[in-house]
Design a protein around this ligand. Structure first.
Ligand code: C2E
Ligand code: CA
Ligand code: CA
Length: 736
């Protein structure tokens, strides 16, 4: 064993200024001396007495065997360096201890310097590497000067390792914190997590809150998002409401000055975000310097997570809000209706209000005006009902209101729209249909309430004038019945159970058939005949009429062809068409194609259109009819006189035939009825149209119609509608 010389002390003092840094009064570096020779302990301690390395003094621990050293380390986790003797209780005691320290105690940060008394004895290089041994010195080599130099470099690497470990801890923690923050969708939970993470990171007790201010909206207050236990009562409230003036002051200061406010008492960190500014208030003074730039990374991560959570909040708002009017949308309304079901205090009435003819404004004037009209409508409702009721826009032009019966009534709704809306400096009178639902009825869910109110609304729409209806259980039964009918009709249509019957039309001149009207018949699987008056509206409502209508046209063409094949060229067949068919933009070309495809002469084919088809969109319909006329197809105006308005269009219409409605023929025995028929026929003659009287059942009617100059008769008097085979037989029995 060698002692150290005095010269070394001086040399050391001059060469190693780092070792001389003094005055930082903290804990020192913990050095464990392991040697079975007590003297070595004393000498080493003596040699190093008063030395400070990297600003800290050295503190010594002592162990006298390999085993001892392991025990010592088990109970001390801050040992920076172990000065380990190699040969102690046995030749390998030192190395065995090192193995245990690394492999079993997993002390990877502690630096190890091996010392041996026997020169020439060196552990294998492999062991040095495997056990991360810093240095190997013979005790004679370790003069004071060399010992200090060795310790400095070992402590440097110890410090680095600790720093890396600490950084690793911060990074890992920040990543974990960010992930869990990103997953948190509840604002108060989010705030609580932020506080918890921050306090874990800085190793203090969680005590603080997160406050936020929307910087895009002016004059919004700072709101407490949430925080540790004692601030949870202030969640979602204005900061001012907190019973702590200091917090209010520090947080406001932080957000207004956009910077961290650090005092001796507390820490308020600023979180910047494009939309929001937030302050993280911590009722403590953690050592932020230790965190270095990690604190910035951490705050930036909170900012990103904040974006997410506020986005989610906004998404939630937009998911239930109508962008155009700011009212609830359909989803929002259903949510409110669910509450309405649960809480009778929310009122007893729900109404859906549908603006009549809105689509005409939208198409006719512009979508912009349409939008303004809807907004004006929403404002009007808001003014009238906003305070006591809930209002929503359910779809394009349907609004919903939830409230009490005295506020939400047909009279009130009528009042609301009794004066025009002002849109783009114009006055728009508004008419509405409304469907009411009242609590007594049996809806179980919000969606059901909506459905029932909608059924009532549809009921109200049935009448021609704007009106209202209350939901009635019978409506629903009717709806269910209709639904069943639609399904059966669809199935039976596909199974070929629809038939096209023909009713002869007889010329009063020749007493012979000039043509026929094709009329649909539905024979169900059970053999019941269902009247077209019942199933046509259902087919129209369900959209099935388009498919059925195509089939009717094909079937009529087939029959014309069959007649032609038998040499009959002078019988034309007229088919009825519905509005829905005309609304299909491909209808006209499809019809012309079918006629061409069956190679029938178009003069044999006729269409019966009603005034309601014409009035649906007169300009477009007249255009379409012209196309058909050019194609050579006959057009009759059906049910003439039962509609409102076609007189003004009559001379523009490319029609060949006018049919006097059965109801007028039926009334012919009254004076009034006779005058109407007379007028209609006179009009038809003036316009050079062929006139057909429909529903003629008696000889008296025939006589009078002959006198009035009617051309053709269709009615039970001559023949009822019949299947095609019978119709052929009928034709062959005609007088020649
Ligand atoms: P519509 O076009 O007015 O057809 C004339 C209706 O009067 C037919 O009723 C016919 O059977 C009935 N009728 C004819 N002569 C007399 C008579 O002397 N006395 C009485 N009481 N009635 C007579 P139907 O066949 O029940 O058809 C009812 C309605 O169904 C038709 O009225 C038409 O609007 C519609 N319809 C029938 N077939 C079709 C079709 O293929 N397509 C479309 N879209 N509608 C159709
Ligand atoms: Ca008809
Ligand atoms: Ca008719």
């Amino acid at each position: 064993m060698n002692s150290t010389g005095n010269d070394d002390i001086f040399l050391f003092a001059e060469e190693n200024e780092e070792a001389c840094l003094t005055s930082i009064d903290e804990y020192g570096w913990h050095i464990l001396i392991v040697d079975d020779d007590k003297e070595i302990h004393t000498v080493t301690q003596l040699a190093l007495s008063g030395v400070r390395i990297l600003g800290k003094p050295l503190l010594f621990g002592h162990a006298y065997s390999g085993k001892d050293s392991v025990e010592y380390l088990k109970s001390h986790n801050d040992v920076a360096i172990v000065l380990m003797d190699v040969v102690m209780e046995n030749d390998n005691a030192g190395l065995d201890a090192v193995k245990q320290i690394r492999d079993e105690l997993h002390r990877d940060d502690t630096r190890i310097i091996l010392r041996t008394g026997q020169p020439g004895y060196a552990p294998e290089e492999q062991v040095v590497q495997e056990y991360d041994i810093n240095d190997y010195k013979t005790k004679t080599e370790l003069t004071r000067n060399k010992l200090v130099t060795t310790l400095i470099s070992a402590l440097r690497s110890y410090k680095q390792i600790c720093q890396i470990k600490q950084n690793h801890f911060y990074l890992e923690h920040i990543i974990l914190a960010s992930t869990s923050l990103q997953q948190q969708h509840q604002i108060n939970q989010f705030a609580k997590l932020v506080i918890e993470h921050f306090c874990l990171l800085t190793q203090i007790l969680p005590d603080g809150l997160l406050a936020i201010k929307n910087t895009l909206a002016e004059k919004t207050p700072i709101i407490v998002m949430g925080g540790s236990q004692k601030y949870q009562q202030y969640e979602n409230q204005a900061l001012e409401l907190i019973d702590n003036d200091r917090i209010i002051r520090q947080v406001s200061l932080c957000i207004n000055q956009k910077q961290n406010i650090i005092s001796e008492q507390d820490t308020t960190l600023f979180i910047n975000n494009q939309k929001y500014q937030a302050a993280l208030y911590i009722n403590a003074t953690p050592n932020l310097a230790e965190l270095g730039s990690y604190i910035e990374i951490y705050l930036a991560n909170i900012s990103i997570a904040l974006d997410n959570i506020t986005l989610i909040k906004e998404l939630k708002i937009t998911a239930f809000t109508d962008k155009l009017t700011g009212l609830q949308n359909r989803a929002g309304f259903i949510k409110s209706l669910n509450k309405f079901i649960e809480q009778p205090s929310l009122g007893d009435t729900v109404v859906l209000v549908d603006i009549c003819h809105f689509s005409e404004v939208n198409h006719g004037l512009s979508q912009e005006i349409g939008n303004q009209l809807l907004k004006a409508c929403a404002d009007r409702l808001q003014d009238e009902y906003g305070e006591s009721c809930q209002i929503a826009r359910i779809n394009a032009d349907v609004f919903g209101i939830i409230g009490s019966a005295d506020k939400v009534s047909p009279e009130k709704i009528e009042d609301t729209f009794s004066f025009p809306l002002l849109v783009a400096n114009q006055r728009f009178p508004i008419y509405v249909n409304s469907g009411f639902y009242q609590r007594e009825t049996t809806a179980q869910t919000g969606l059901q309430v909506l459905k029932y109110a909608d059924i009532a609304l549809n009921q109200a729409k049935q009448s021609h004038a704007p009106s209202f209806a209350y939901f009635d259980e019978a409506f629903e039964q009717k709806m269910a019945w209709r639904l069943g009918m639609v399904q059966q009709l669809r199935a039976d249509f596909q199974a070929g159970r629809l038939q096209l019957w023909l009713q002869p039309q007889i010329s009063l001149d020749t007493q012979k058939a000039t043509g026929c009207e094709a009329l649909l018949r539905w024979k169900t699987e059970q053999g019941n005949m269902i009247s077209p008056d019942i199933f046509i509206p259902i087919a129209e409502h369900s959209g099935l009429i388009n498919e059925i209508g195509d089939w009717v046209i094909e079937e009529a063409c087939r029959h014309i062809k069959q007649l032609e094949n038998r040499g009959i060229h002078n019988i034309n067949i007229s088919v009825n068409v519905s509005i829905a068919q005309f609304r299909d933009p491909t209808f006209i070309s499809k019809l012309c194609n079918t006629i061409d495809l069956f190679n029938v002469s178009p003069e044999q084919f006729g269409l019966e259109i009603t005034e309601s088809i014409l009035m649906d969109n007169p300009k477009v319909i007249i255009e379409s009819l012209n196309t058909l006329k050019q194609h050579g197809i006959n057009i009759s105006l059906d049910d003439f006189g039962t509609g409102f308005s076609s007189l003004s269009y009559l001379n523009q219409l490319p029609i060949t035939t006018m049919k006097v409605d059965r109801s007028f023929i039926n009334e012919m025995d009254t004076t009034n009825g006779e005058v109407i028929v007379e007028t209609i026929l006179a009009l038809g003659q003036k316009l050079n149209l062929i006139t057909i009287a429909e529903g003629v059942e008696t000889q008296e009617q025939i006589n009078r119609l002959t006198e009035l100059g009617c051309n053709i008769i269709q009615g039970y008097f001559y023949a009822k509608p019949m299947p095609f085979d019978e119709f052929q037989a009928y034709l062959s029995q005609q007088p020649s």
